[in-house]
Design a protein around this ligand. Structure first.
Ligand code: AMP
Length: 295
């Protein structure tokens, strides 16, 4: 495995590996089983002779001024060990100065899907995500890139980026990896104290309960479903809900009724200072990849 800190190193290494599939997994490091499941998927897609490239980069421009950029964990050696163990070929781990010119003046903005949900709570976040992902696509020119459904809005925004700017890269979605109690794995889970950690699975549980109720017809419309979500979520005494939304799985437009729709349920909540997100489709819902593109 090669660890590449500069763009020049990366380009030189890629130049030696022409003519084989390239599959990219962008991450911010602090790797867990969610990330390593993406590496495994990348290997399946790349094949044994292809190149699996991971990026480890805590992207400053996707953090708001009062967010956790400085505190975000950066366990580089442990991350490299995990990459090595999963058969990643190239790790691009640049500094912020290497990625961004001090006087940079171009950014990428997605203006529609980014405005709601996490985009409403985190202004500028998806501009930062789109900008860094566009830069990595331009540098690496992958055939495919793997993103987790855990960050569902991000996945939809990246698909839109690729469609609207004609990047020749297939965006593939990987399912959310969870703890045994349902909590979605996240690098931010390590911020939780024991009471918050004990409460955190309520986010996933509430989403799953509501999804099951919609699928079975016991929650016939968004009004009943919202109330049911709030009732379940109230069990997490120390948590504060940021949002709960029921949207069309492809467009992220809010649903006014469920008939003939493919709902996706998304929520974000604060456990202390830590903001966690999660989302689910309906049980047995196979429509997602078709609606969002090939997978
Ligand atoms: P991050 O390091 O948080 O930027 O995440 C890098 C990639 O890993 C993104 O595509 C995430 O959606 C994905 N990811 C994060 N957590 C999970 C998880 N629990 N299951 C699957 N994918 C995940």
């Amino acid at each position: 495995m090669e660890v590449l800190p500069t763009k020049a190193d990366l380009l030189a290494s890629l130049a030696d590996r022409k003519g084989v599939p390239r599959v990219l997994v962008p991450t911010m490091g602090a790797l867990h089983r969610g990330h390593t499941s993406l590496f495994d998927r990348a290997r399946e897609v790349a094949g044994k002779d292809g190149v699996v490239i991971a990026t480890l980069f805590v992207n400053p421009v996707q953090f708001g001024p009062h967010e956790d950029f400085d505190a975000y964990p950066r366990p580089l050696e442990a991350d490299l060990e995990k990459c090595r163990a999963r058969g990643v070929d190239l790790v691009f781990a640049p500094s912020a100065d290497e990625v961004y010119a001090a006087d940079r003046s171009v950014a990428v903005t997605e203006n529609r899907l980014s405005t709601t949900l996490c985009g409403a709570s985190r202004p500028g976040h998806f501009d930062g995500v789109c900008t860094v992902v566009a830069k990595f696509f331009a540098l690496i020119r992958p055939d495919a890139a793997i993103f987790g459904e855990k960050d569902y809005q991000q996945l939809a925004v990246i698909r839109r980026l690729v469609r609207d700017l004609d990047f020749p890269v297939r965006i593939l979605a990987a399912p959310t990896v969870r703890e045994d109690d349902g909590l979605a794995l996240s690098s931010r889970n390590r911020y939780l104290d024991s009471a918050q950690r004990a409460a955190a699975p309520v986010l996933a549980r509430s989403l799953h309960e509501v999804a099951a109720g919609i699928a079975s017809g016991t929650l016939p419309g968004p009004t009943e479903a919202r109330q049911a979500f709030l009732d379940h979520f109230a069990a997490a005494a120390p948590a504060r809900l940021d949002y709960f939304a029921m949207v069309d799985a492809a467009t992220l437009e809010p649903l006014v009724d469920f008939a003939g729709q493919t709902p996706r349920l998304l929520a974000a909540a604060f456990f202390g200072q830590t903001r966690l997100i999660d989302n689910v489709g309906l049980p047995g819902d196979k429509a997602l990849p078709l609606l969002l593109g090939p997978s």
